[in-house]
Design a binder for this molecule. Structure first.
Ligand SMILES: *Cc1c(COP(=O)(O)O)cnc(C)c1O
Length: 499
């Protein structure tokens, strides 16, 4: 609803309030006529209207307005006492408008010093942080949407804190683009999204135990059902929940075997479960060789057979989905589907920079990882630095300490030159061992580095770029692991370059 409609609601409720006041006065219904039945309606519309106006945030006013709220009862006392002393009770107490004005004015004045209190907060760019590029995320959403078959929709996978990007921020940006379905790994992750105001379908991909059925029901989460026994255990909790059947077509991780007809129909017999979809997960979608393609196409045939079987038995399978990122990129038009569940591609990267995909999609990396240079050290040739003296200067060397370490998710395996960072647009290799909260880089060949400078561990710095794929490969892993392990200590800052 727009601001206009809330504004109209506010006006209408003010009319009601006035009418109620006149009636109360006219019929002398109450001795104490300050508590109106229609007042909550006015306040409700006022708040909705103000929220819908999308005024610029003014955090500086928070202290002031909070202090006005706390001080105003004392100001009522002060105004009453003061009016008696100066003999103005007629204007400042008996006249309710005068009284109201005097209390508001006095509260606002007395609360003014609180407007200048600056809360003690951590500086989000003080140590190490993640930047989330909202424009890149929106670009990836539309690029991946273009691959979907007619009627298909995206169900972005925002598990593991949206692969380290910040689940609420990512889900909100997606919702702003019209996305109405999300996937997570656990019921707790789904509940977190709901508490953050995310609407639409939230599918829990992992296996949730019966003990968490109340959580599923409370937050309207859709649960993946992985076996007939699982379905019955969930059903036995007596709470009505929506489920999607997870069908195992060959990955053999979770799911009802595709040819187990009894298992597939069992959840439909559970009176507390409402089956709203069926899905499978592909095991080889990223590989384009013959054998992998054959395995994937066999998985798709099996899914189709399971779905056909359900339909023949008179059951409605609901929404059908089977593609993660690579399914969407390599098998875009293989089978009709209602959803695709991209994770890593949505974040603008592939699992490995070596992967090739059938659809050439322009994906833009969403995440940048940056840290501060905290201190510089000049070493003579032969001098050692870091734990275990793991770095030895082979020439007169300048080392920069960065305030980020493996506890932030930057792998320790990137020690001793395996990893590098960008400072002033130039590469600086890691010197010695990555520590828990800090690391050293060799900046001998970069001019003018000083404390407070920004180091880029993932992302662009001027014309240079370090990709998550490069760091992941150097660390012997895939981007999915590298990104999803970026820790909770890093503030996530959403940047948005397009209006
Ligand atoms: C994690 C996950 C996805 C997303 O996979 P990506 O390769 O990151 O796109 C999709 N479906 C299921 C079942 C998953 O577990």
């Amino acid at each position: 609803m727009g601001a206009g409609r809330y504004g109209a609601g506010l006006l209408a409720s003010l009319v009601l309030l006035t009418t109620e006041g006149l009636l109360v006065k006219h019929f002398a219904l109450a001795r104490f006529d300050a508590l109106y039945l229609t007042l909550p309606l006015c306040v409700g519309f006022l708040l909705l209207w103000l929220a819908a106006l999308e005024l610029p945030a003014a955090p500086a006013l928070r202290g002031w307005t909070a202090a006005i709220y706390v001080l105003h009862p004392w100001c009522i006392v002060l105004v009453r006492g003061g009016a008696r002393v100066v003999g103005l009770t007629g204007l400042l107490v008996d006249n309710s408008l005068g009284h109201y004005g005097a209390v508001v004015l006095l509260s606002a004045l007395l609360a003014l010093p609180f407007a200048f209190l600056r809360p003690a907060r951590a500086d989000p760019r003080g140590r190490a942080w993640i930047e989330v590029d909202a424009a890149a995320l929106r670009h990836n959403l539309s690029a991946l949407s273009a691959l979907l078959p007619e009627g298909g929709k995206l169900m972005p996978v925002v598990k593991a804190n949206a692969y380290g990007h910040g689940d609420l921020a990512v889900a909100r940006i997606c919702a702003g683009e019209g996305v109405r379905a999300f996937a997570v790994a656990t019921a707790a992750e789904g509940a977190r999204l709901r508490r953050g105001g995310v609407r639409g379908t939230i599918l829990v991909l992992g296996c949730t135990g019966p003990g968490e059925v109340p959580l599923l029901a409370r937050y309207c989460l859709t649960q993946a059902v992985v076996s007939a026994d699982h379905a019955r255990a969930l059903d036995a909790q007596g709470r009505r929940i929506a489920v999607h059947l997870k069908i195992d077509t060959g990955l053999h991780r979770l799911g009802i075997p595709w040819d187990d007809v009894e298992g597939l129909v069992a959840p439909f017999a559970c009176k507390n479960l409402k089956v709203t979809g069926v899905f499978t997960h592909l095991s080889d979608a990223e590989a384009l060789d013959e054998a992998s393609r054959a395995r994937t196409l066999e998985q798709l045939r099996r899914l189709q057979r399971a779905v056909d079987g359900l339909r023949k038995a008179g059951f409605d399978p609901g929404a059908i989905h089977f593609q993660g990122s690579y399914g969407l990129l390599n098998y875009a038009d293989s089978l009709p589907c209602d959803f695709a569940r991209p994770g890593i591609a949505l974040y603008g990267v592939l699992s490995s920079p070596d992967h090739r995909t059938r659809s050439a999609v322009d994906l833009r990396p969403v995440l940048s990882l940056r840290a501060r240079v905290t201190q510089l050290h000049r070493l003579e040739a032969g001098e050692a630095a870091g734990y275990d003296g793991a770095f030895t200067a082979r020439r007169p060397t300048v080392l920069a300490a960065l305030s980020i370490g493996y506890a932030d998710g930057w792998p320790r395996s990137l020690s001793n030159g395996a990893g590098q960072v960008l400072i002033h647009g130039q590469a600086a290799p890691v010197a010695g061992l990555v520590c828990m909260d800090q690391l050293l880089v060799d900046v001998t060949d970069i001019d003018g580095v000083s404390p407070g400078d920004t180091a880029t561990l993932i992302g662009r710095d001027g014309a240079a770029e370090l990709t998550a794929g490069q760091a992941a490969r150097a660390a012997g892993t895939i981007t999915n692991e590298l990104l999803s392990r970026l820790g909770p200590r890093l503030p996530r800052l959403v940047t948005d370059d397009t209006p």
